[in-house]
Design a binder for this molecule. Structure first.
Ligand code: FES
Length: 75
């Protein structure tokens, strides 16, 4: 999946997830370790219940790593 100015809507299972915060992951929206040495850490999120989540791709959400609709103001 490629990072874009829109959310990645993905099906997640319950458990701890690490989402990319640096924008360099080849496995976006998940962290692949590409942030190493950048001073940026991935978002650690505990998904309490399996289901769909929308991960922000535009970087403007106030609820990172989740989309809050802020990308709509970019179009
Ligand atoms: S992608 Fe929706 S707020 Fe960033």
């Amino acid at each position: 999946m490629q990072k874009e100015n829109r959310p990645a809507v993905i099906q997640e299972e319950q458990g701890v997830k690490y989402y990319c915060a640096c924008g360099k992951s080849a496995n976006w929206p998940w962290c692949d370790g590409s942030h190493a040495g950048s001073g940026v850490s991935p978002f650690r999120v505990e998904i309490e219940k399996a289901g769909k989540v929308a991960i922000c791709g535009c970087g403007k959400s106030a609820k990172m790593p989740f989309c809050d609709g802020a990308h709509k103001s970019l179009h």
